[in-house]
Ligand binder design. Structure first.
Ligand code: ADP
Length: 640
């Protein structure tokens, strides 16, 4: 049975979709209830009017294109577009258009089924936007986020997660989480149970695991805190995946370590370290503070700091607090403090302000060292130094007195030896003269033996004469007033060599390396020195070898060193300092005559002219005596 037209009409009217027909001129020919609901026009308002009233201006060209296709007998299926309702609102529409054939089989028009998809569109748009929001949010938060599907495969990761794991989102997506998120226990190095596995197993939020190390793709290791939570569907579809949130805690760990170290330093410090607030209440107290003051931390914390300060110094604390409030440090000052048992101790104190994170001063830390022992030692030292000074002063006085009396004695002795020597000369002369007369006038009356005795008298008296002369010369050197003047050493030495009896007629080869530099000295004393030194150089030679002597000068800064070098018998190192002493002789046996006074005269003379002298010598090879004196300032000042 063919269904009636009425049935068709009923079906069409009951449809939710708009069912509209039009002819090939785009004039609406039928309009069902669905069309009325969607577009707001009643059938009588639109039948006979062009379909273009439903089309927004910017889509005006759609209609000719649709008609074109219809004319060609083509259908248009589920074409999504926008149409305009009676009230002007725009609707998302899904359109299907089919040609209508006339009885003759020609196309006479088109039927459209239009479905309003605006509500779905809106939902989709909202969904897209909320997904976008989520993505942006996850991308911009500071923590790393990875989400997985129910099988634990990576679905999404934010840039922080990319950085920490070393995996890019593209590489990671779809991989099992264990491959991307490799974690081990910091201590045991054993793999930690994957939080996603744990979440999937337990179905709840899994808390932060401690001491977890994340190993990045390139092997870099970082301590992390992590947590996982299931993504649950709102209906009963169960768990849709897991969201894993973690963060790099390297810095936090490092900061913790610093804090731990600092705490250890404070704990192990030899110095008392105490902190207090601005009301002067003790807030922390280390073991050294306990040792110094005798209070335990629990005794001290919460008590006023003034309990450590002797009463008469309480004002100090007020001053300290004022300085601290002004943000000043107080460096190393020494003061007194009181211990638990009332003992007063010397301490050295540094105080620094303690600030909160906003920079406000909230208290102070003190580093305090017990310096009682040092102070005691200092006090003792000071006392000892004072005593020592008193004694030293006494000693100085005694020495001065003794020196003065010694000087007096020495000069008395010198005067005595001078006058003795002087007085000895006249009788000695007499003995010499009388024995000379005996030798000349009574020669024939004396036998061989008598003449021998006379000879011995002559030799002894001449020895004695030499001795007396030397002693007198020494006394003169010691006693004479001298003024230093420039002395032309070159002329002086030449003159000596040519005219001095001991030196003049001798076979010695005396070489003077002119010019000898002038010195600041005293001519008569210098004559004494050179006649002695040159005399010794000629005297202390090997028998049978002609003496060769060289005199030269060196300049040493503002000083002149005069060298007298010989090729004589030399002096053993052990004797070299001794020979400058009075009556010191090495060759006391007969081989070389002498008194042992010559070098004492030289030493004394050089001393009096602010000079120095010395000798370098090798036994058997020769000696080099030297004298060092100030150089004369200029040659014009030289006499003659
Ligand atoms: P004297 O010449 O009267 O013995 P000196 O005081 O001049 O006394 O010298 C002391 C001693 O130093 C001499 O006895 C001698 O042993 C030693 N002496 C001095 N000059 C020389 C020298 N040029 N070479 C070797 N020995 C020397």
């Amino acid at each position: 049975m063919k269904p009636s037209n009425a049935l068709f009409a009923a079906i069409i009217d009951s449809s939710d979709d708009a069912i509209i027909s039009k002819d090939l001129n785009s004039v609406i020919t039928s309009w069902n209830k669905g069309a009325e609901r969607i577009f707001g026009y009643k059938a009588e308002e639109v039948v006979g009017r062009p379909i273009t009233i439903l089309i927004p201006e910017n889509r005006a060209d759609e209609e000719p294109a649709i008609l074109d296709r219809i004319r060609k007998g083509q259908r248009i299926d589920h074409y999504e577009t926008i149409r305009k309702a009676k009230d002007g609102s725009l609707l998302d529409i899904s359109l299907s258009v089919s040609p209508i054939y006339g009885e003759d089989g020609r196309i006479v028009g088109a039927s459209k089924i239009a479905r309003n998809i605006t509500p779905q569109r809106q939902i989709q748009e909202r969904l897209r936007q909320s997904e976008e929001n989520l993505r942006v949010t996850l991308s911009s938060i500071g923590d790393a986020v990875i989400t997985t599907d129910p099988e634990g495969r990576v679905a999404f990761m934010n840039p922080v997660a990319e950085r920490l794991t070393g995996w890019s989102r593209k590489e990671a997506e779809g991989r099992p989480l264990e491959a991307v998120f490799r974690i081990v226990n910091e201590m045991t190095r054993q793999p930690v149970e994957n939080p996603v596995t744990k979440v999937l197993r337990m179905g709840t939020i899994v808390g932060l695991a401690n001491h977890t190390i994340l190993i990045a793709k390139d092997g870099t290791e970082r301590p992390i805190d992590d947590s996982g939570a299931p993504i649950k569907a709102s209906d009963d579809r169960g768990i849709l995946g897991v969201v894993l949130v973690f963060r790099d805690v390297s810095e936090k760990k490092a900061a913790e370590l610093v804090t731990l170290r600092l705490a250890a330093i404070v704990e192990s410090s030899e110095d008392a370290i105490i902190s207090k607030n601005l009301d002067g209440i003790i807030e922390s107290w280390n073991p050294a503070a306990e040792r110094v003051f005798g209070y335990t931390a629990s005794d001290a914390v919460g008590k006023p700091i003034t309990m450590l300060i002797p009463e008469e110094r309480h004002a100090e604390e007020t001053e300290i607090i004022a300085k601290l409030k002004a943000g000043q440090r107080i460096e190393h000052f020494e003061t007194l403090r009181r211990t638990k048992n009332g003992r007063i101790i010397d301490v050295s104190l540094s105080i620094s302000p303690v600030r909160d994170s906003s920079g406000r001063v909230i208290g102070a830390s003190k580093i305090l060292r017990d310096i009682t022992q040092r102070k005691d030692a200092e006090r003792k030292l000071e006392k000892m130094q004072q005593e020592l000074k008193v004694r030293a002063d006494d000693l100085e006085k005694t020495v001065q007195e003794r020196t003065a009396s010694l000087r007096e004695m020495v000069s008395e002795l010198e005067a005595f030896s001078y006058s003795v020597s002087h007085d000895l000369r006249a009788p000695l002369r007499a003995i010499q003269q009388y024995s000379e007369i005996l030798r000349e006038d009574y020669r024939t009356q004396l036998d061989q033996e008598g003449r021998g005795y006379l000879q011995r008298i002559a030799s002894c008296t001449s020895k004695l004469d030499g001795l007396i002369r030397d002693v007198l010369a020494y006394s003169r050197v010691v006693r004479s007033d001298i003024a230093l003047q420039p002395v032309d050493i070159d002329a002086l030495v030449r003159d000596l060599v040519h005219h001095y009896p001991n030196l003049a007629d001798h076979t010695a080869d005396i070489r003077i390396e002119s010019p000898l530099l002038p010195v600041q000295g005293h001519e008569a004393l210098l004559v004494q020195c050179f006649s002695n030194l040159l005399g010794n150089a000629i005297k202390f030679t090997h028998k049978g070898r002609a003496p060769a002597i060289r005199v030269r000068t060196d300049k040493i800064g503002t000083r002149v060193r005069i060298w007298i070098e010989d090729n004589g018998i030399g002096i053993e190192p052990g004797d070299q300092s001794r020979i400058f002493g009075m009556f010191e002789r090495i060759n006391s046996e007969k081989a070389y005559e002498g008194t042992g006074i010559g070098l004492s005269i030289v030493r004394k003379a050089i001393e009096r002219m602010n000079g120095k002298l010395g000798v370098e010598s090798e036994l058997g090879k020769g000696s080099r005596f030297w004298i060092e004196m100030d150089q004369a300032s200029s040659e014009e000042n030289l006499p003659g």
